[in-house]
Design a protein around this ligand. Sequence first.
Ligand code: ATP
Length: 292
Amino acid sequence: MLTVTNVNKKFGNESILEDIQLEFSNGVYGLLAPNGAGKTTLIKMLTTLLYPTKGEILYEGQNIFSMGENYRDLIGYLPQQFGYYKNYNPFQYLQYLAALKGISKQAANEKIPKLLKLVALEDAIKKKMRKFSGGMIQRVGIAQAMLNDPKILILDEPTAGLDPKERVRFRNLLSELARDRIVILSTHIVSDVESIANQIIMIKDKQVLFKDSIQIICQKLQGKVFETEMNFDRVQEFRRHYLSLSERQENGRMMIRFIAEEGSSSNWKQVNPTLEDVFLFEYQDHSLEQLK
Ligand SMILES: Nc1ncnc2c1ncn2[C@@H]1O[C@H](COP(=O)(O)OP(=O)(O)OP(=O)(O)O)[C@@H](O)[C@H]1O
């Protein structure tokens, strides 16, 4: 179990995160917030790259900063951007990283083919990485984060640059890995975490807004999400009164999904809220605060 207690982080006088309380056990956690909300800052503290200004982070009851190397042996980390050598093939690259991590050559040579198989790159073992797609590179990134068989796998915006098919493959891989470890995945893309995260953590105004299952988070908007259609000339006026979540044209009319406190018109259809709805609602402009 990894626990974050009363953690604050300031850069100079600027406060970035305040009073963060979190608990992680095995499973996938989606850290979901817009860019700049502090996801990377939190992740860097969880990986001991940054110290909290206040508070503590414990793994199985021990402070992760005093555990030092012992803690780093337990974590696998895929940063937002990771450096790789284009002229290396993935086998050579992982051998090199394994050496840096102090893994013996023999252990590495046994482990690497298994890892490359796990991330479905067994056919590309001998290919130079310069020929890899973005998705293949990300999978090498996961393989490197898994070299030490980590108990905590932390991935910062790992799906950037992946095509839809690669995203699906990636999600399936993470669910598999999360069976016996903590997987923390940071993203600002709702669909990346929607289908795999056991829990979603949302950060807003420097604090943890939600840490719950998608089902529970969506209950927040239960009874408040509607769909309706109207002529185009009415849309602008409508948007002044209601928060529009999505709009699409259909047969010359505008179909709108929106939020209202209660249904007030017979041609409004109430629909089940999704995580995307909650995300849009929570991170909207503050002009519609009165709806909360
Ligand atoms: N070393 C630093 N010194 C000063 N300010 C920083 C530093 N690192 C991050 N910040 C600021 O902290 C805030 C949160 O940044 P952070 O990178 O954690 O956000 P994020 O949610 O991960 O977004 P992104 O996905 O764009 O990185 C930003 O306002 C950023 O400018």
